[in-house]
Design a protein around this ligand. Structure first.
Ligand code: TYM
Length: 333
C-alpha cells in the first residue's frame, strides 16, 4: 500500500495554522483509507533550536493529545515521536552525505531561521531538510500533506532520492509529492496578513492556539487586523487585501467550504459582524478539541503507551528499509 507521511514539530503549542493546514488534512487521509498513514512528532527537528527539556517533553505529549483530539486514531494511523524510531536519525546521516551544502544553503527556512548570524546557528538547523527527507523516505512515503511553507523541503526530498538512486544505480527511493490543498495552505498572522501565523511569533495575539479558551479566541478575532471595506461577493474583491483574505480563508477552512461559497453568502457584510461569526465558528469547532486535549493530558502514561506502540509498528517498516539502504551503500552487516 502507498504511504502518506507527515510531521509536526513539538516546539510550542499547536496553532490554527498547523490545525487547518496540516492536522485536518492528516485526518482526511486517514479516513479516506487509500493509504497507510504515518504521523510524526519530530522531536529531533525541534532541538535544532534550543528547547528546555521539560518543555520538549510537555509539548511532545500535548502534540500527541492534539493529534488524538483532532481525530487521528492510533490503530488506523501510526503515531510516533521521531526519536523513538532510531532509523530516522540513521537514514538522516546517510542523507547528510547525499545532500549538497549548496542545496541546503538555498532553503528559505534556513535563511529565515538562521538570520544574519549564520555561523551561530546549529549544524542541525542547516541539515534539517536532510533529516526531513529521511523521515519521509524511510517509509517510502509518496504523499506528504503539508502547508505551503514546506514545499521547498519536499522538493529537496525528491532531489535527495534522485541523487541517491543515481549515485548507487538503483531505483530504491520513490519521488515524493507534496500535497498542498484546501483553503488553509497558508494561514497568516492575525496582526499582519503578509506574515505566516507561527508558533514562534513573540506576539501571542497574532495566532490562535489550540489551547486558547473561548474568550481568548473571540478577543483575538475581534482585534484581528482588517480593512474598512465590506466583504466582496467574489475572490477578485480580495485582491490586495491580505488581512481580509486571511479571515475569509480561515472561515472557509473551519467550515469545510470553499472561499467562493463563503463570499456568496457573506457578500456586503462588514468585518465587525463577520469577525463575530468567525469567532463563534472557531469556538464551536475548536473548543471540543481543546477540552479533549486537556482530558488526554491528565493521563500522560497513556499517551506514552500510544507512542511506544506506534514506534513498534513503525519499526516493522523502517528497519528493513534502513537495512536495504546500508546494503546498497556497501556497509558490512
Ligand atoms: P511545522 O511544525 O512548522 O508545521 C507543521 C505543519 O503545519 C503547517 N503549517 C501551516 N499551514 C498553514 N498555515 C500556517 N500558518 C502554517 N504553519 C504551519 C506546516 O506547513 C506543516 O505542514 N519541517 C516540518 C516538520 C517535518 C515534516 C517532516 C513535515 C519534519 N519532517 C516530514 C512533513 C514530512 C515543520 O517544521 O513543520
Amino acid at each position: 500500500t502507498p504511504r502518506v507521511f507527515s510531521g509536526i514539530q513539538p516546539s510550542g503549542g499547536l496553532t490554527l495554522g498547523n490545525y487547518l493546514g496540516a492536522m485536518t488534512r492528516f485526518v482526511d487521509w486517514q479516513n479516506r483509507g487509500t493509504h497507510e498513514t504515518i504521523y510524526c512528532m519530530v522531536d529531533l527537528h525541534a532541538i535544532t533550536v534550543p528547547q528546555k527539556p521539560a518543555d520538549l517533553t510537555h509539548n511532545t505529549r500535548e502534540l500527541c493529545a492534539g493529534f488524538l483530539a483532532s481525530g487521528i486514531d492510533p490503530e488506523r494511523s501510526i503515531l510516533i515521536n521521531q526519536s523513538r524510531v532510531p532509523e530516522h536519525a540513521q537514514l538522516g546521516w546517510v542523507f547528510n552525505c547525499v545532500a549538497r551544502m549548496g542545496w541546503m544553503g538555498r532553503m528559505t527556512q534556513w535563511k529565515d531561521k538562521a538570520g544574519k548570524n549564520q555561523k551561530a546557528a546549529s549544524l542541525g538547523l542547516f541539515a534539517y531538510p536532510a533529516l526531513m527527507a529521511a523521515d519521509i523516505l524511510l517509509y517510502h512515503g509518496t504523499h506528504v500533506p503539508v502547508g505551503e511553507d514546506q514545499k521547498q523541503h519536499i522538493e529537496l526530498t525528491r532531489d535527495i532520492a534522485t541523487k541517491f538512486n543515481h549515485d548507487y544505480g538503483v531505483d530504491f527511493f520513490p519521488l515524493t509529492e507534496p500535497v498542498i490543498e484546501g483553503a488553509a495552505t497558508r494561514i497568516m498572522s492575525l496582526r499582519d496578513g503578509t506574515k505566516k501565523m507561527s508558533k514562534s511569533d513573540p506576539v501571542d495575539a497574532s495566532r490562535i492556539n489550540l489551547t486558547d479558551d473561548a474568550d481568548t479566541i473571540a478577543r483575538k478575532f475581534r482585534k484581528a487586523k482588517t480593512d474598512p471595506d465590506p466583504l466582496p461577493g467574489s475572490e477578485e474583491g480580495l485582491e490586495g487585501r491580505p488581512d481580509a483574505r486571511n479571515l475569509v480563508n480561515i472561515y472557509a477552512a473551519l467550515d469545510g467550504r470553499s472561499v467562493a461559497e463563503v463570499l456568496v453568502e457573506k457578500e456586503g457584510a462588514m468585518f465587525g459582524h463577520f469577525k463575530q461569526d468567525l469567532a463563534d465558528l472557531a469556538v464551536a469547532k475548536l473548543s471540543p478539541i481543546s477540552s479533549e486535549m486537556a482530558r488526554l493530558m491528565q493521563d500522560p502514561a497513556e499517551i506514552d503507551r500510544i507512542l511506544a506502540r506506534g514506534a513498534e509498528r513503525a519499526r516493522e517498516i523502517t528497519v528493513p528499509i534502513l537495512e536495504r539502504t546500508y546494503e546498497i551503500i556497501g556497509m558490512v552487516r
